[in-house]
Write a protein of this length. Structure first.
Lengths: 229, 457
């Protein structure tokens, strides 16, 4: 197991996650040009520089606020199963909506790579993406690829490898909320921290509690607290 | 402090406005990132998608185009599959004498020849000849439409209808998934947020034919529904029949959804947004190779895998006698009166019962059942296939009823298992079995009784 790492693929529906997954793993997970194609987890492996990456294709979701079962499946995997790296696949042609999900993932976990897919289509439409600036702003690697044409893969795999070996580190930017929200976070975060320890990001759990995310609460109870209580 | 107390405390600190603010903040930050990191060099937007959408989702043309698309896909399938089907059948038939001489050469006992050649070999090669060519055309064509981005437009067109019957618009997507595989589609209902609407989608998914049933539908329609026509017209009529069957299944979906949403699953449909992705030119070669080779192959493999043991089982129960009647005949005779009521027979009923694990094997089991008792010895073309059916008293009505029963009957074993896993309720799983079964019995029963009364035959 020492040489095997779990890489989760998250992203909005129809951003080509499954296409990327297939192209990397050589598997034939069904792909299609529509939202909701992948709802359960598919697994496959990639070999790179003597390491085995176990890729896990998560359901495509617009958010990770557990509105529906597929969102819960994706969120639970990232938060509780703790993949070594989470790849967030974004559609280069509608980044504004796609960044939402990336920001949500950044609040949940540390080792994240943003993978901007469909870059070929974006170029055709005259969309230019400054990946260096985005890397700086987000504090994590941003890689441009085209899963259909299999471009950008070497850089993507290298980035995953470097992140795993610690050659590069992620320092995801913290989303700063308006003062009143930050104040409430401060009030409950210490208690959350006592409960979940360093197993989960206490800031994120506090935010979810303020948002009234009851399913997350039940999940935490089920997964982490049952043994203790 | 327990987490429950923490939650209550957080709720006191929070307010609806704060919740909105949290989300709003994420949106603002996304926007900021795009402003800084993304630039647009062309002002010209991609208008192709909008132009196509104006046609494909038009209130006037939307539905006719959908039906025509469906028709074109099936026409290509039916018309294109004829020749390769009979070529394959002839090829496999021509191998049989060699097999026979081989079995003679090794002095194999008769029963072994019976099990392996008359049961297994004939059964499985027929599945391959009749199912492989249509699948090898149908899957790639459908996959091209899918990768092009047409399916969400279908969902968009159907959305209004689903709302009207009290179901969720996304049910049209899970329904589309069901055309591939109902078991997978049941899992795909996870995209529906409301438990009530998700249940509707699960309970009605079975009314669209899956991979395992396309074969049966296409074969029966080609053999019986256009018997009086020849040439291109024949394929045309066959296509018409299959399209009608599919539309009928969708109507049943609406009817059952509506009934349930007025009774056991009362409620108002929730709102949602449906993403219409841009049309993308499919990777033609990739799509065709991937779906025709890998998908047809895996469906076929599944059919053969399940059909092989079923073939042996069928041959055995057909050849083990209690008194002077085989076990198979006991079962057939027991089921026959009921089957006859539905315009079917005991063999067909038995095939559907034994076919519970996978719909792919219903037709093979039926053929093996017929063959094990029939007098036919030489089979080397599709015409002979029809002869077998005719010898057992089939008419177009039998074929129609079997198609309807196949379309409407209980979900396969895998699907039922998935329904149980997804709903975690024995009651709803049983209903998912019961509702289709009742309908599958009722409709052929009505048709058969009417046909008898009005003398349509």
């Amino acid at each position: 197991m020492s040489n095997s790492y779990r890489i989760a693929l998250a992203g909005n529906p129809n951003t080509g996650k499954s296409t990327l997954f297939n192209a990397l793993t050589g598997l034939r997970q069904h792909t299609g040009n529509w939202a909701g194609k992948t709802v359960s987890l598919a697994e496959g492996t990639v070999q790179h520089k003597g390491k085995t990456f176990r890729m896990v294709d998560l359901p495509g979701t617009y958010s990770l606020f557990s509105n529906s079962t597929d969102e819960e499946v994706a969120r639970n995997y990232i938060v509780f199963e703790k993949p070594d790296v989470t790849l967030v696949v974004l559609d280069a042609t509608s980044l504004e909506r796609n960044f939402n999900l990336a920001l949500q993932v950044l609040e949940m976990t540390r080792n994240v790579i943003v993978c901007i897919n469909l870059i070929d289509e974006a170029e055709k439409q005259g969309i230019k993406i400054n990946d260096r600036l985005l890397t700086k702003r987000l504090g994590i690697p941003v890689v441009k690829i085209s899963a259909r044409n299999k471009t950008g893969f070497p850089l993507l795999l290298d980035t995953i490898e470097r992140l795993i070996t610690g050659t590069i580190e992620c320092h995801p930017i913290k989303t700063i909320y308006p003062d009143d929200i930050e104040e409430q976070i401060k009030k409950i975060e210490p208690q959350v921290s006592k409960l979940v320890g360093d197993r989960l990001s206490s800031r994120w759990v506090s935010l979810r509690l303020l948002d009234g995310d009851e399913t997350l609460l039940n999940e935490i109870k089920k997964r982490m607290l049952l043994k203790g209580d | 402090m327990s987490i429950q107390q923490l939650y209550s405390e957080a709720q006191e600190l929070s307010s609806p406005k704060m919740r909105d603010d949290i989300v709003q903040n994420l949106y603002d930050r996304s926007k900021q990132l795009c402003l800084e990191g993304v630039s647009f060099s062309k002002v010209k937007r991609d208008t192709r998608t909008e132009k196509l959408d104006a046609i494909f989702t038009s209130p006037i043309f939307g539905f006719p185009i959908m039906i025509i698309m469906l028709g074109v896909v099936f026409y290509l399938t039916v018309a294109g599959a004829n020749v390769p089907s009979s070529m394959l059948a002839e090829f496999f038939g021509s191998l049989e004498p060699y097999l026979k001489s081989f079995f003679d050469f090794i002095h194999a006992p008769d029963w072994l020849f019976g099990v392996l050649v008359l049961g297994l070999y004939r059964g499985t090669t027929w599945v391959i000849s009749v199912m492989l060519p249509p699948m090898a055309i149908f899957f790639p064509t459908f996959a091209l439409l899918e990768n092009f981005g047409y399916l969400p437009r279908v969902a968009f067109n159907m959305d209004r209808l689903f709302k009207q019957v009290g179901a969720h618009g996304k049910q049209s997507l899970t329904m589309a998934m069901g055309f591939g595989c109902n078991a997978a589609a049941v899992i795909s209902t996870r995209i529906i947020e409301s438990p009530r609407e998700r249940m509707l989608a699960i309970l009605t998914n079975n009314f669209v034919p899956c991979n395992g049933r396309w074969g049966t539908l296409i074969v029966l329609a080609s053999l019986f529904m256009a018997a009086n026509f020849t040439g291109g017209l024949k394929s045309f009529v066959t296509t018409g029949v299959i399209v009608s069957i599919v539309i009928f299944g969708i109507l049943v979906t609406f009817f059952v959804s509506w009934t349930l949403s007025k009774t056991a699953l009362k409620g108002v449909p929730t709102h949602y947004t449906l993403e219409l992705p841009p049309y993308r030119r499919p990777k033609f070669f990739d799509t065709v190779i991937r779906s025709s080779l890998s998908k047809s192959w895996s469906v076929l493999l599944r059919a053969v895998k399940v059909a092989a043991p079923a073939a042996i089982l069928t041959w055995i129960i057909a050849n083990v006698y209690i008194g002077d009647t085989s076990i198979l005949m006991y079962m057939v005779q027991f089921l026959d009166p009921f089957g006859k009521l539905l315009g079917l027979d005991g063999y067909i009923m038995l095939a559907f019962l034994l076919g519970l694990p996978a719909n792919e094997i219903v037709l093979p089991i039926l053929l093996m059942g017929y063959l094990s008792t029939g007098s036919l010895t030489e089979v080397d073309s599709l015409v002979d296939l029809k002869k077998i059916f005719l010898e057992h008293g089939w008419t177009w009505l039998t074929a129609l009823n079997m198609m309807l029963f196949s379309l409407l009957h209980y979900p396969c074993g895998t699907t039922l298992l998935n329904i149980y896993k997804e709903t975690k309720s024995a009651k709803w799983t049983f209903l998912a079995f019961l509702i289709p079964t009742v309908i599958a019995i009722f409709i052929p029963l009505m048709i058969t009784q009417m046909a008898t009364i009005f003398g349509w035959l």
